[in-house]
Design a binder for this molecule. Sequence first.
Ligand code: TRP
Length: 451
Amino acid sequence: MTDQTRDAWGSQLGFILAATGSAVGLGHIWRFPYVAGENGGAAFVLLYIGSVFLIGLPILLVELTLGRHSHRDPVGAIKAIAGQSGWKYLGYLGVASGVFILSFYTVVAGWTFGYLFKTLIGDLTPFGAFSNNALLNGGLYLAFLLMTVGVVYGGISGGIEKWSKILMPILPVILIAIIIYGLTLDGAGAGVSFYLKPDFSRISTDTVLVALGQAFFANSLGMGAMVTYGSYLKDSDNIPGSGLSVVLFGLLISFLAGFAIFPAVFAMGASPAEGPQLVFVVLPQIFASMPGGVLVGFAFFLILTIAALTSTISMMEVPVAFLIDEKKMVRKTAVWVVAGVTVLFGIPSALSFGGSAFFTDLPFLPEAWSVDSFFDIMDYIFGNVALPVGGFFFAVFLGWRWGIDEAIAEIAKGNQSFLGIKSKVWGVLVKYVCPIIIVIVLLNAMGIISF
Ligand code: TRP
């Protein structure tokens, strides 16, 4: 396929909305508030903002620039610079991570979709009885995957961009409506102060790890999703400007999500330390007992579903772009091939919550591990480890193999003002600061070094 016929974004705003859609997902609305709540509130928020600007934004620019330079999927982007060398395996890691992350993320996305209807019809089945229903979970999984397929099928400007432009503006509107309603409830103030009061005593090296991991996952970094989205940019597009918009919009949504959740949690006397269960266990009970709760609950699960959908499409687009660019497949075939492989790994994940005894408690895993289901393994390897590893190699590849000056020249095509001090700072961050910090954090996570 020549670059003339390759798909591209219709406008820079369309790209920004699609990239923001990829970034803003369950990671922001479901994960960020409870992680912040558990790790010292505002103190964690500050640490997270630091990680986003020091590591997240520089690596986002690395990925977008690699994509725009080559107009190829992650494997093609690397081959365009390093030929058939071993670096291409970094691209393969990204493509594989795309399929695997999609496979388990869709399980949680399917729950949000199910809870949309559950809230509407006032069904109060507890989460445990909901998540161990094999047929229901398999069905919701396939339904969500099909919605993703439907969007990716339409290509870049006619599918991903079109839907992002429709869905993304709805999100902050509903979020703000929920916040306004939540703040009118008696006792809401306690939730706000829990969320915002900095508690520096809860900042530890673990907190730093969590903040960095969140900076990767929440900004869709480390597996080439942003290489792929960047590959549909034009030379005249402004990479640093778009990247900054994506990061800032993501921070805003993360931050607002806490205001939507904690006031309601405190007003109803629930515990904020429920962790991952908060959204599916605690909130539905709150919605059920709150005046107008059906509507608020419906609105809440609607934004979660929208946020998850604009994220799953970006995960699917990575392997799809690979099959189109490298294997010369037509888009529609590529989409079905990726969906097929995703189902193969996704159904065991969907059955990891009691649907199947085998996948819920894999017999060959040591009892002592906290990882015991098929879903846990996928989440641990591809959600936690593969992203920082990928991010490390993308930074080293650009900084040391391709060359900072070449990359800066690529960025300058669409933004002359990046030349000068901004590009110097970015160069130092990409060549030294990002790789060193990521290695320290990873070694620390593996228990090889400790502080
Ligand atoms: N950023 C999304 C979220 O916060 C998840 C996501 C989408 C993602 N695409 C990705 C994570 C690519 C890692 C890599 O929910």
